[in-house]
Structures are given as C-alpha cells and as structure tokens.
Design a binder for this molecule. Structure first.
Ligand code: SF4
Length: 429
C-alpha cells in the first residue's frame, strides 16, 4: 500500500472513534448571520502568502512575490484584524505565529499588521516568525527586532547541495549556515532550524551531518520532519519525473531513531514529535495551540465551538476583508467532545499529556481517553512520570506516523477542495 492509500483507513478509524460512525466531519459555508463567540484569550496566526520561488513539494497557500500585491494585502490583513476584534472582544493574544509563504519578504507589511494587532488586542505573548535562508541579512534582523519578534525559525531543510536541488530549494548550503549564524548571534529568544529527513537517497549519516552543522551555528531548537508528499502538490510528479524512489518505512524509522539519539546526546530535549530544544528558551512552535484565530488567505482558526477556514484565493480574500465582510469560506462546528479530542491530539503531538487535565478537556469521554492512553502504556509507547504521560521514542515515532497519515488525508481532502473554488460548498471528510 502507498502512504496515501493507507491514510484513508487510518483517518476513517480515528474519525469513527472520535465522533461515532454516523457523523461526518463537514465543513460548510458559515450561515450569513454567523459570528464567532467572545474569546478571553487566544493565539493568533498571520499568513503572509508570498514566495520568491515556489517549491514543488509545498502544500501551503502562496503566490509568487510581486511588490504590487503587498499594499492591498496589508490593508486587507489590518481590516481582518478589525473584523475579529469587533466580534471576539479586546482579547488577550498569548502568542503570535507568522507563517507563509515567506513573511520576511514583506517586513513592512508584517510590522503594520502587528501594529494593528497591538492596537485592537492585548498582546502578551511572544511573536514567532518563519524565514528563508536567502532572505536573512542584517537589515531583516533589525526589522525583526523593531517589530518586537522574539522567536525565528529558518527553513534550512538540508545542508547538501543535491538534496536542496532535489526539493527545489534555490540556495547554497553555506547561505543557510551563515543565515543561522547571524540569527543565533542576534539576540533572539529562540532560533529554530528546520531540517528534513527521509529525503530520497538520504542516509542516516547525512541526517546527522545536517543536525551537527545546524547545532554548530548556535541555534537552540531543531525541528526535524519528513518530506510530505501531499497528493495535490506537484512533488509526486516532480519526483517521478526525476525517477526518485522515496525512502521506505524502515529507513524513516532508522532516521528518526538516530535523530532522537543524537538530540539526547547533545542536550536537545524533545518538546514535540518533531521538535527538540536546548536550554531554558521559549519553545518555537507553529501548532499545538489550543485556540487561535487566523488572519490571511487560507488561514484557519480554532475557536471554542469549531474550526473555520478563510478563502484560499488571495483576490477573493482581499476583496472580502477590505469590504469589511467575513473572509471565512468554511466552518465545521464541534460535535460532542470533539474539541477535547483535538486537545488530546495536540498533547500527543507535544509528547506530554497532563493527566489531571483530561477530565476538564474531555468531559464524558475522559474514561474512554484514559483507556486508550493505558493501552499506550501497556504497549511501551508511553511512560508515566507522576501526573504526566510521556511518549517514549518508539511512541513518538508511531504516533507521528499515524498523525502524518491523518494529516495527509484530512488536510489533503479539505485543502484540495478549498483551493478549487474561492467559496467552496460543503466538504465532507
Ligand atoms: S516551502 Fe516555503 S518557500 Fe517554498 S513555496 Fe512553500 S512557503 Fe514558499
């Protein structure tokens, strides 16, 4: 079976377990009178959809960078901040995550939207941002500091020229290395390097060499992740054209085991299935937040009563936001204890589950969740430390694999339909 063909049964089994066999997960256009609930505290995600070159494996909402696109985008993003603030209240924003795209291509825009966020909300948490090796220079570093950004993540992916070429990244390894060194010595609270594993033709030795080179630059967090081959990206076709064979499960397992061992030996503690950090620094994380609102085309929001998703189409999103209308294209209200199961999903991703919080999060489904977590303990996939259940290294790998298939199927179905039309009709998962 291919990775994609087993994603469907895994996702289906999880869905049936969580919401029962008769209920579907249905995203629909929100009713005309729908409005989000008041929210006391939440995180905020800002999507900046511009890239200098479009990588073939990338599933995210992005368009080629053009200077003329920046001004309308900025005005629309500020208007969307207002739309949310008018409805959810003067909410406390406990963290901001700025992703894309390549946000550092549009730093004036980012600064302007952050200014509006500070004006309309009570921003108390750290601001995190993604960037690209070719964009990092002293001017950008100064702009990041001026905007109050504390945590920076650099998408290195690999320090090997042929691997970068294979995945369509157009920079030299030394460019990524110098960018990391500059960020690491520039006074940010946290600097993360993204490194890919299980790339075609990559050996365990190659992965460890990449981790070692990243560590030597002085970064305090490393996030490792395998090449995702979302069916709707061109990467499948691209790799087939190049007659590339994807690594099998055995190789992926070997890479993950070696990464875990190397991180333990170098005092990088596991902070998520894929993330490892060293020292007492803020954790850089784009996910695992319990609740967030999303600004920008294709941005999602996790609200107390469900998920919503903005229009993926830049023009449609811009027009709606500038007109003061909702830019939300699809909404899925939570049924039963679904919100609690999402909470558990992200705690599993964290690899640490606070057992005392299960009752509050899962309500009547808490006993079911406890039985399931007990199974993880019996099978050696998790161990208990006081009131926390912690995934073991094999547990982190196998859970990561299940979550990978779940995400592939779930995200693929949703995003494929969401990008077919600016305002799609119902999406059934
Ligand atoms: S991987 Fe990053 S740089 Fe490449 S197209 Fe996607 S968002 Fe842009």
């Amino acid at each position: 079976m291919t990775g994609h063909s087993i994603s469907r049964p895994i996702t289906e089994a999880v869905r049936r377990y969580l919401v029962g066999p008769d209920q579907r997960w249905v995203f629909e256009p929100p009713p005309p009178d729908w409005t989000p609930p008041r929210i006391a505290r939440t995180s905020l995600y800002l999507h900046v959809p511009f890239c200098r070159n479009v990588c073939p494996y990338c599933p995210y909402t992005k368009v080629p960078y053009e200077e003329t696109l920046i001004d309308p985008y900025t005005r629309a993003a500020r208007a969307e901040v207002d739309w949310w603030a008018d409805r959810i209240g003067p909410t406390e924003i406990t963290s901001v995550y700025i992703g894309g795209g390549t946000p550092t291509l549009a730093m004036d825009s980012v600064a302007s939207v952050l200014e509006r966020i500070r004006e309309r909300f009570r921003l108390t948490g750290d601001i995190n941002i993604e960037t690209n090796p070719a964009d990092v220079n002293p001017v950008i570093v100064q702009q990041l500091h001026d905007a109050g950004i504390a945590c920076v993540s650099l998408g290195v992916q690999s320090f090997q020229t042929e691997k970068l070429a294979l995945i369509g990244r157009r920079y030299e390894p030394v460019t990524a290395e110098r960018a990391l060194e500059l960020l690491a010595r520039s006074g940010f609270a946290s600097v993360n390097a993204d490194i890919m594993f299980a790339l075609p033709g990559q050996s365990t030795h190659d992965v460890i060499a990449d981790l070692t080179r990243a560590m030597r630059t002085g970064v305090n967090q490393i996030t490792t992740y395998p090449l995702f081959t979302f069916p709707y990206t061109t990467v499948g076709e691209y790799l087939r054209l190049k007659a590339v064979r994807m690594p099998n499960l055995h190789t992926r397992r070997a890479h993950y085991r070696a990464i875990s061992r190397w991180c333990a030996e170098h005092n990088f503690e596991r902070v998520s299935v894929w993330g490892f950090k060293r020292g007492d620094v803020p954790r850089y994380s784009s996910v695992t937040r319990d609740s967030y609102i999303g600004i920008g085309p294709g941005a999602g929001s996790h609200l107390p009563d469900g998920f919503v998703l903005n229009s993926f189409d830049l023009n449609s999103w811009t027009r709606a936001a500038l007109a003061g209308h909702t830019a939300i294209a699809l909404r899925m209200p939570f049924a039963g204890e679904m919100a609690g199961w999402w909470w558990l999903y992200w705690r599993l991703y964290d690899t640490h589950i606070p057992l005392d919080d299960l009752d509050a999060a899962l309500g009547q489904d808490a006993p079911k969740a406890r039985r399931w977590l007990k199974t993880l303990e019996w099978t050696g996939l998790a161990v208990r430390h006081g009131k926390t259940l912690e995934l073991t290294e094999p547990g982190a790998f196998w859970l990561h694999l299940a979550q990978n298939h779940f995400a592939l199927n779930y995200v693929n179905t949703l995003w494929t339909q969401a990008r077919r039309a600016p305002w799609p009709q119902a999406v059934n998962i």
